[in-house]
Design a protein around this ligand. Structure first.
Ligand SMILES: Nc1ncnc2c1ncn2[C@@H]1O[C@H](COP(=O)(O)OP(=O)(O)OP(=O)(O)O)[C@@H](O)[C@H]1O
Length: 259
């Protein structure tokens, strides 16, 4: 773990008298992509929100850059970790470009003027994500997938060293999913650490340096995709039978068995 990293150690968290997390440990380092897989309701969002300091663990510790997260201010955390939440609801009809520019706030502060360079950077991100044509449109009047891409652009505009995304592929069309995976890989080469939760085992296999499986409140396995993700693991996680197919370059795809 480098000094830029984020580390959750033995987290315990209870909801409705049930341990959602019961000793979950997970780390994210600079320059790596980590995918978190688990069934619906297994606690992925809860774990991510604990690692961002939005929820407090009943036991266990989260450390950012080696220091207990509780010692960091909200703004300091936002400078270092960008977050794309699930099911974001738009409060105001900001234009898409302005939503992206809001991502600059933790770095620049509320009173700082927006510079021409900020506009250019925002538009470059929108372009990279394929939605530059929407820059002037109200955020409340675009599709769910387009909103998701806008929020991803906002998180990237934040310029944080770590990026945490809760099911970022949800609602994106196939091309946008693949472009996003490629963009995450570009970020990795720039030294950014990316933690995503996903329901797409193939995406996790293709794009990740490490995959972590969340089962019964704990990270049951973490490691390189080929060491973690195989047909038995998919069957255990999702209770469906699959056949694993391996491409010549070593990437795996999973084909559900016919009913
Ligand atoms: N606000 C809440 N109040 C009570 N229980 C909650 C609340 N939010 C989540 N839970 C419960 O906590 C558990 C974990 O939820 P969480 O959202 O972390 O799962 P998840 O793995 O992200 O699920 P999904 O893949 O469906 O998004 C679930 O059993 C869920 O029902």
């Amino acid at each position: 773990m480098t000094l830029a990293g984020l580390e959750a150690n033995a987290l315990v968290f209870t909801r409705e008298k049930r341990h959602v997390l019961d000793g979950a440990s997970l780390s994210l380092d600079a320059g790596e992509i980590v995918s978190l897989l688990g069934a619906n309701g297994s606690g992925k969002t809860t774990l991510l929100r604990l690692m961002l300091g939005f929820l407090k663990p009943e036991d266990g510790v989260v450390a950012l850059a080696g220091r207990d997260l509780r010692a960091w201010s909200r703004r300091e955390i936002a400078r270092r970790i960008a977050y794309v939440a699930q099911n974001h609801v738009a409060p105001f009809p900001y234009r898409v470009r302005d939503v992206v520019l809001l991502g600059r706030l933790p770095q620049s502060g509320w009173l700082a003027p927006v510079r021409a360079g900020d506009f250019r950077a925002a538009d470059a991100l929108l372009d990279e994500l394929g939605i530059l044509a929407l820059a002037e449109r109200p955020y409340t009047e675009i599709s769910g997938g387009e909103r998701q891409l806008t929020l991803i652009a906002r998180a990237l505009a934040q310029g944080a060293g770590l990026l945490v995304m809760d099911e970022p592929m949800a609602g994106l069309d196939y091309g946008a999913q693949i472009r996003l995976m490629r963009l995450l890989q570009t970020l990795r080469t720039k030294g950014i650490g990316v933690l995503i939760s996903t329901h797409h085992p193939e995406h996790a296999f293709w794009a990740s340096d490490r995959i972590a499986l969340l089962e019964q409140g704990r990270i049951s396995v973490t490691g390189a995709p080929r060491d973690v993700l195989d047909a038995p693991a998919i069957e255990r996680l999702y209770r469906v039978k699959v056949t694993a197919l391996t491409a010549p370059d070593g990437r795996a795809a999973f084909l559900p068995e016919p009913a």
